[in-house]
Ligand binder design. Structure first.
Ligand SMILES: O=C[C@H](O)COP(=O)(O)O
Length: 334
């Protein structure tokens, strides 16, 4: 059961001046490695069994209605295709602001997520709606470019008004144990996210867990990203399989929970890629509640990176409201 389903306690607004290395573990390459390799190992069987168990919880009636609206409010409505056009981004932005034009009670999505060259278009389309513009950057999705090019990519998106930057880590460096290089890039990107007078772009750090091979690596990469000053840790680009999974997200939720206990600082989590049904979204919300706690049941602290999940959430909302499915042609196609 997803409980409590009352409004979660008010959490602090994400910090725009997150300290890097709040635990003082990154003073030298050796101390950083010692810290990351000293994290407890993940019990693979235990994590997968727990995720499977949480995925069977039943959420009905009032709790389901609450969960549906919460999930809509958590969607980063995403288009990351080479064929994206300003017209598509404008249509997606309109949908994010008013997902169901037949129902004024339907909340807006959290953000629209686009490539850097479409940030200005999304920004203009979203206006003062409160829906954020998120932009992938740092040579997304591979991250294979020189650092100055990655930083220029981020700077362009920030200059065009991106509220949030979704950067990828250097998985090659991570997998050979060059944690310093990964950390330094995160810190450098974070600096480029800063704006004079505050209003920094929030930084989501994509681990690309499908390339990290082990849950131990997912845990290490989560702590490394948080040490570098991430506001959010995000599972995947959506371009690599497997993308988001419930067990991987569970490991990341444990990391943000434990990081908060250790530092007092709250970090958000964003599973992305392959989350398409209401049923799956509810499994994630149950897991958030059980693993990290109800403080994370808020769009400031949990997002879904998804291109088509919103449509299924809208169909389920309509079913709850009217008693019948309107059919997929009732919602706009993404
Ligand atoms: O960040 C989100 C993904 O790129 C979208 O993935 P999806 O099309 O599988 O929902």
């Amino acid at each position: 059961m997803l409980a409590p389903m009352a409004a979660p306690p008010t959490a602090a607004t994400p910090s725009s001046a997150a300290p890097t290395d709040p635990l003082g573990v990154a003073g030298s390459d050796a101390s950083l490695r010692r810290f990351l390799h000293g994290l407890p190992g993940v019990d693979q069987v235990g994590v997968e069994a727990r995720a499977a168990g949480l995925g069977t919880r039943s959420v009905k009636t009032t709790a389901k209605a609450y969960a549906l609206d919460l999930a809509v409010r958590m969607v980063d409505l995403t288009t990351l295709e080479g064929a994206d056009t300003p017209g598509k981004v404008r249509a997606l932005s309109a949908k994010a602001v008013r997902p169901d034009p037949t129902d004024a009670s339907c909340p807006a999505a959290a953000a629209v997520c686009v490539y850097p060259d479409l940030v200005a278009t999304a920004k203009q389309a979203l206006g003062s709606s409160g829906v954020k513009v998120a932009s992938v950057a740092t040579a997304f999705p591979s991250g294979r470019a020189a650092l100055d090019l990655k930083l220029a990519d981020v700077a362009n998106a920030v200059a065009d008004g991106a509220d949030e930057i979704d950067m990828v880590i250097d998985r090659g460096a991570f997998l050979v144990g060059d944690y310093r290089r990964v950390l330094d890039e995160i810190v450098a990107v974070r600096e480029v996210c800063a704006r004079p007078g505050g209003h920094d772009a929030h930084l989501k750090v994509i681990l690309e867990t499908g390339e990290l091979a082990t849950y131990d690596n997912v845990r290490r990469a989560s702590w490394l990203a948080m040490t570098g000053g991430a506001d959010f840790i995000k599972t995947s680009t959506g371009k690599v399989q497997p993308a988001a999974t419930l067990p991987v997200t569970l490991v990341m939720l444990e990391a943000v929970r434990d990081f908060r206990r250790a530092t007092g600082r709250m970090i958000g989590v964003k599973p992305a890629g392959g989350i398409r049904t209401t049923k799956d979204a509810i499994k994630y919300l149950v897991t958030v509640n059980e693993v990290a706690g109800p403080d994370w049941l808020d769009p400031d602290w949990f997002r879904f990176g998804a291109s088509s999940l919103l449509n299924d959430l809208l169909l389920q909302r309509q079913k709850m409201r009217t008693g019948h499915y309107s059919g997929p042609d009732h919602v706009t196609l993404d």
